[in-house]
Structure formats: structure tokens, C-alpha cells
Design a protein around this ligand. Structure first.
Ligand code: NAP
Length: 266
């Protein structure tokens, strides 16, 4: 490959997506930032430098996804990485009160969105030359601790995030011989607007989460972004179909919370 590799990050205007765009740009990638908020995505891209680009794209809209991926190839010439990060929080209500349209929307953003984006990007990646290890491109999906454990009142989010891991394995298996790696990270709670909205609504208790997390705190967005950037990079050239928890030990804990002891303040 001549020149810098090119990555698309969805939901890139805020939170983990924005941290990932910054991390990839820092690592030498050209980044195309996709977001519902195209103006903010463009502003973010400009902040990263003139070679980057920002685009309005609703990942659930098949026509928009096709058009914007075509635009990125026209602008940047190739696509080497895709980070399917766009996501929304769940309605967080007892099952009997859950709204069907809200349920459908959570599944659409996380699953239909990752599927549509991957379909378009894989079509492009398979036309590109292989690197020294035989790889053509990498996709990183975003799971969650909700991929593994149930959270009462969050049916759609848990189903969507478990589904993300299923799709990761299916795509990884299908495309490995064509040189496309597909992996997922599974973050614990991360300090972003999405989590702030859950705290504000009383849907989650930030201190209770810290107590339940072996490392005693939430993650900063850049701590997730670093792992996403690793999985997208040639450093992960023989990893595909993997799920990497980045959760401060949340899924490792198999004992009552009290076994962790107090959170040290110093
Ligand atoms: P965030 O701060 O709310 O950022 C999500 C971004 O995605 C926003 O810019 C949002 O745009 C955009 N977006 C939403 N729907 C979209 C769509 N249909 N098409 C394109 N962009 C869309 O969220 P975050 O906390 O960074 O979460 C990012 C990902 O990590 C999500 O998949 C989430 O499920 C996952 N995750 C988060 C945590 C956590 O604790 N934060 C933990 C595990 C996994 P608008 O702001 O305009 O709506």
C-alpha cells in the first residue's frame, strides 16, 4: 500500500468514536468520520487536519451508507479499516412497559448499522491488494459487558450487543480467506455522553458501577480507543473473530462485590 491507511469510524463525533478517530489519526491513519451530526463530524475532522473528512450518515439508512462509502473511496481512494461504533442507549424500563419502536431502533442502530456498513466496506476492501501478511482490511465492532451478561430492563441493548459478537464471528469466518479481519472490543462502563444520560435518568448509579468494577472506576474513552486502534492495525495481523473485553475486570469477577475490598483513594 502506498500512503496512509484510511479508516471509517461511525458515530465519530462524540464519545468512544471521537476518541478512536483521534487515536487513529495520531497513529497515522486518514480518518473519515461518520455521524448523524454531519456538521460536528466535519468540525471534528478539521480539528484532526485537512487530510481527514467528516460526513453525515445514519448507519441504519442503506442508501445513505452506500452513498457515503462511495464518497469516501472517491475522496481517499481506499478503505483499510472500519470501526462500527455508532450506538444508542436503551429505553431502560421494565419489560412490560417497553416501547416496541424503541426496541426496534436499538437493534437497528447496532446490528443493521454494523451490517450495512460492513457490507459496503467489505465490497471495497476485497478489491484492494493484500499486505505482506495477506490482509486487505480490518473491521472492529463494539460489543459491551452487555454482550455477556443480562441487565434488567435493557432487553434491546443486551440483545443487540450479544448480536454484535455473533455478527463479528460470522463475518470473521466468512471473510478470513479474503484477507479481511473482523474483531470486537467489549467495553465496560465508559465516561461518555451515553453513560451520562443514563446516570441523569437514574438508570445507572456511577458509584455502584465503580464498586462492582474490580479496577474501581469507569474507563476513559481513550482507553477503549487504544484497543480499537490496535485491533485495526497490522499489529493484530493474525487476530480475527476475537472479542477483547476492555472492562476493568468486570466480566472476570466471579465473586460477590465485597470480595474486592474498598476502592483506594490515593
Ligand atoms: P455516545 O457518546 O452517545 O456517541 C455515540 C455517537 O454515535 C454519537 O455521536 C451519535 O450521534 C452517533 N450515532 C447514534 N446513532 C447513530 C446512527 N444511526 N448513525 C450514525 N451515528 C449515530 O456513545 P458512546 O458511549 O461513545 O458509545 C459508542 C459505542 O460504544 C456504542 O456502540 C455503545 O453501545 C458502545 N459502548 C459504550 C459504553 C459506554 O459505557 N459508554 C460501554 C460499552 C459499549 P448523536 O449524538 O447525534 O445521536
Amino acid at each position: 500500500m502506498n500512503g496512509a491507511p484510511v479508516a471509517i469510524v461511525t458515530g465519530a463525533a462524540e464519545g468512544i468514536g471521537w476518541a478512536t478517530a483521534q487515536q487513529l489519526a495520531h497513529a497515522g491513519w486518514i480518518v473519515a468520520l461518520f455521524d448523524l451530526n454531519g456538521a460536528l463530524a466535519t468540525e471534528r475532522a478539521q480539528a484532526l487536519g485537512a487530510q481527514h473528512s467528516g460526513w453525515a450518515c445514519d448507519v441504519t439508512d442503506a442508501d445513505a451508507v452506500q452513498a457515503r462509502v462511495t464518497d469516501v473511496v472517491a475522496r481517499h481512494g481506499r478503505i483499510d479499516g472500519l470501526v462500527n461504533n455508532a450506538g444508542i442507549a436503551d429505553q431502560t424500563a421494565p419489560t412490560l412497559q417497553q416501547d416496541i419502536a424503541a426496541f426496534d431502533k436499538v437493534l437497528a442502530v447496532h446490528l443493521r448499522g454494523a451490517f450495512l456498513m460492513s457490507q459496503q466496506v467489505i465490497a471495497q476492501m476485497t478489491q484492494q491488494a493484500r499486505d505482506a501478511h495477506g490482509n486487505r482490511g480490518a473491521i472492529v465492532n463494539i460489543g459491551s459487558i452487555a454482550s455477556f451478561g443480562g441487565i434488567p430492563g435493557r432487553n434491546a441493548y443486551c440483545a443487540a450487543k450479544a448480536g454484535v459478537l455473533g455478527m463479528t464471528r460470522a463475518l470473521a469466518s466468512e471473510w478470513a480467506r479474503r484477507g479481511i479481519r473482523v474483531n470486537a472490543v467489549a467495553p465496560g462502563y465508559v465516561k461518555t455522553a451515553l453513560v451520562a444520560s443514563l446516570v441523569e435518568r437514574g438508570a445507572i448509579d456511577a458509584q455502584a458501577i465503580a464498586r462492582r468494577t474490580p479496577m474501581g472506576r469507569m474507563a476513559a474513552p481513550e482507553e477503549i480507543a487504544q484497543v480499537i486502534a490496535f485491533l485495526a492495525s497490522p499489529l493484530a495481523s493474525y487476530i480475527t473473530g476475537a472479542v477483547l473485553p476492555v472492562d476493568g475486570g468486570w466480566t472476570a469477577l466471579g465473586a460477590p462485590e465485597a470480595a474486592l475490598g474498598p476502592i483506594e483513594e490515593d
